[in-house]
Design a protein around this ligand. Structure first.
Ligand code: SF4
Length: 402
């Protein structure tokens, strides 16, 4: 990253706002510790961008150096590239090597598949072998490009609820040319949150998650109310937060404040972008074009109603049908991470990247072994790039490396 924003400067200098927020967190944590001095309050940040904020700004270190030992921040499954089954990456590689133009995002381009296809283990390698793989920033960019050449093409549409309305609107408005098909691999976040919360307390000795920082970008679409079932079923506070460090600190303070009072409410901290009802127009567009299906998550398996596929009425746009890519049925799904990669546990908040023996040894951002080391929303990639709370960036800058 180049330049330092005013917010980052204020945070790094522990401005009055930061000090006040950390002071509140400390006070609430101390109040809670009086009930049980050994209890660990786990707060799950679901979204990869929240994890980025936490690691980049060294929020874990700020809590620790402020004497707040009873709060543990754990990363959740908020990285769509990390959880897309290897099967679909392999199918996209196959299409690229068969002469189909493949469009996708930059991180999907690099994600390693479990099994190689004719010598290629990623779309990047497929391009090196002659496949026509084009990196785009959006579905619209792919549409404009595909219209220009008219060749058979596929857009590998990975993402959460945030991106789905962009796909559905293009379909509904008739913008998609006949030569471009959509491989919808969109995942829905609430089912994954339920699963991650269950998995965090597999053993009776595990501390459960005490509160959730809900994904801000996703919530601009689904709204704050989408998280009410989580707050109700688990009896924990949920705060929809923005992505500045003060947003995250405010969310932590609010979760502890509610825990101290025995409350479990959904609160929108990110009120400058998120409404309680969500974006009704976007939701209507999304569910007109797509339907929720049971879907596979990489390394995890099938979660009920956790993915979006094109409805039958829009089958003409469906890459799976057009290119005869068989849908991944539960009986065909196989564990799809490299043997020693602990990406599934990292994704579910049960392990930290540093718990993986390959972290920054065999697996680095330049040579990723598992999918969590690729995207800027992948926990391993974030820890690899910004471990040290941003200090590494400062040192690198002083040394003239960046
Ligand atoms: S460091 Fe690499 S191999 Fe280990 S869990 Fe992360 S992505 Fe997987």
């Amino acid at each position: 990253m180049s330049g330092i924003s005013a917010i980052e400067t204020a945070f790094r200098r522990r401005s009055a706002v930061t000090s006040v927020l950390v002071g509140y967190i400390k006070k609430y944590a101390e109040d809670l510790a009086r009930r049980d001095p050994h209890y660990v309050y786990k707060i799950m940040d679901f979204c990869g961008t929240h994890e980025w904020t936490i690691v980049h700004y060294g929020i874990r270190s700020v809590l620790e150096t402020s004497g707040i030992k009873s709060v543990e921040l754990v990363a959740g499954p908020g990285c769509p590239v990390c959880v897309t089954p290897s099967y679909f990456v392999e199918e996209a590689i196959k299409l690229a090597l068969e002469g189909v133009v493949v469009y996708t995002y930059g991180d999907v381009f690099r994600v390693p598949a479990l099994r190689g296809v004719n010598g290629a283990r990623s779309l990047a390698e497929a391009r090196a072998l002659g496949g026509d793989v084009r990196v785009v920033q959006s579905f619209i960019q792919a549409i404009i490009d595909a219209r220009g050449h008219g060749k058979p093409s596929v857009f590998v549409g990975i993402g959460f609820e945030t991106v789905a309305p962009g796909y559905s609107e293009a379909v509904l408005r008739g913008l998609v040319p006949p030569n471009l098909k959509l491989m919808s691999l969109v995942k829905l976040t609430p089912p994954a949150m339920f699963y991650a919360l269950d998995m965090m307390q597999e053993k009776p000795t595990d501390y459960p998650v005490s509160g959730v920082i809900a994904p801000g970008h996703v919530s601009t679409i689904v709204g704050g109310k989408a998280w009410v079932p989580v707050a109700e079923q688990y009896g924990i506070p949920v705060v929809v937060a923005g992505f500045e460090p003060h947003d995250v600190l405010t969310a932590i303070a609010e979760i502890l404040r509610q825990l101290r009072r025995g409350e479990s409410k959904v609160v929108i901290e990110y009120a400058r972008a998120v409404r309680w009802e969500g974006n009704l127009r976007a939701l209507s567009s999304m569910y007109t074009v797509f339907e929720a299906v049971d879907d596979a998550w990489r390394g995890i398996g099938f979660l009920p109603k956790s993915g979006l596929r094109l409805r039958g009425a829009f089958a003409e746009h469906d890459a799976m049908k057009y290119f005869s890519v068989p849908e991944l049925a539960p009986e065909r799904w196989q564990y799809d991470l490299p043997r020693t990669c602990r990406c599934a546990e990292v994704t579910l908040g049960k392990a930290r990247p540093t718990d993986c023996p390959l972290f920054m040894r065999a697996c680095t951002p330049d040579r990723p072994v598992g999918p969590c080391m690729v995207s800027m929303e992948g926990t391993c990639a974030i820890w690899a790039r910004f471990g040290g709370g941003g200090l590494a960036t400062d040192v690198a800058r002083d040394a003239g490396i960046v």
